[in-house]
Design a protein around this ligand. Structure first.
Ligand code: NAD
Ligand code: ZN
Length: 238
């Protein structure tokens, strides 16, 4: 890729998959599908809550199995095909709907709900079916097996990629932030404060972000708002 070509960076959150029927979660201290995030998403307590943790992610995989990508996922896949090698897709989502829509090279900042990870040896593998069979790690036989998603308090290895992308942003680049409240990662500081042209798409304003930092803000469902951005992107990606 000639380095002077404008690039497009997508940064997505749970709101991108909301219209596919997957629930978002509301705030770092909120509920996700009626369960406290602290019970099912905390590295300091997950072993005390072992069954609740696995029951929760099992249930997410069962309900997620019926979910398909929506027009917003497909629009992002279209953009990626329109500008080969010039689109970077970062997501906080742990589902696979961007991939199912045809996106390649998605940087999954918070892991993948279809993976399991051994806390002792680090072995990571794809789950067979929706439920963890509680048979332990196939590598070292440890029972300390957790979902392959990043919990609060746990290292997020792909944040290195996130910071690398942010550091490389230039004025010719465009960032589309979609479906994130900014509670877990501060999208306003990361992208609204960058050199790039930044576009925010959310259902409603979020009190967690200083949304005035973004170049443009669009409030509405992602399936309606993302396709409307294609003309702007065509101009900016020239
Ligand atoms: P969040 O739940 O904190 O915020 C969701 C945001 O999406 C809100 O700002 C809301 O206005 C917006 N939104 C809701 N419906 C929308 C729609 N139809 N169109 C456009 N925007 C819409 O989400 P977050 O900031 O991504 O943080 C949640 C964390 O939980 C993430 O770290 C993620 O790993 C995890 N999570 C993932 C999934 C998933 O993979 N589908 C689902 C829930 C939570
Ligand atoms: Zn192991």
């Amino acid at each position: 890729m000639p380095s002077h070509h404008p690039r497009l960076v997508i940064f997505s959150g749970a709101g991108l998959s909301a219209e596919s029927g997957l629930a978002t979660f509301r705030g770092a201290s909120g509920l996700w599908e009626g369960v406290s995030i602290r019970t099912v998403c905390d590295i300091t307590t997950w072993e005390d809550n072992f069954d609740a943790v696995h029951d929760f992610y099992d249930a997410r995989r069962v309900s997620g199995a019926k979910a398909g990508p929506n027009l917003a996922h497909r629009t992002i896949a279209e953009w990626e095909k329109m500008w080969p090698g010039r689109v970077v897709i970062l997501t906080q989502n742990i589902d696979r709907l961007l991939e199912t829509a045809g996106c390649t090279g998605v940087i999954k900042l918070h892991g993948d709900i279809r993976l399991l990870r051994c806390f002792d040896c680090g072995h990571q593998w794809e789950i067979d079916g929706p439920r963890y069979d509680r048979q332990g790690c196939p590598g070292c036989a440890s029972n300390r097996v957790k979902p392959g998603v990043v919990f609060f308090g746990e290292a997020a290895p792909r944040y290195d990629d996130l910071h690398h992308v942010v550091a490389g942003l230039r004025e010719v680049d465009t960032v589309v932030v979609v479906g994130t409240s900014g509670t877990v990662l501060p999208a306003d500081q990361l992208f609204g404060n960058s050199r790039a042209y930044s576009v925010l798409v959310n259902l409603e304003p979020s009190r967690q972000m200083n949304e005035g930092l973004f170049s443009e803000r669009h409030y509405g469902p992602a399936t309606q708002e993302l396709p409307k951005l294609t003309p702007l992107l065509r101009e900016r990606m020239r």
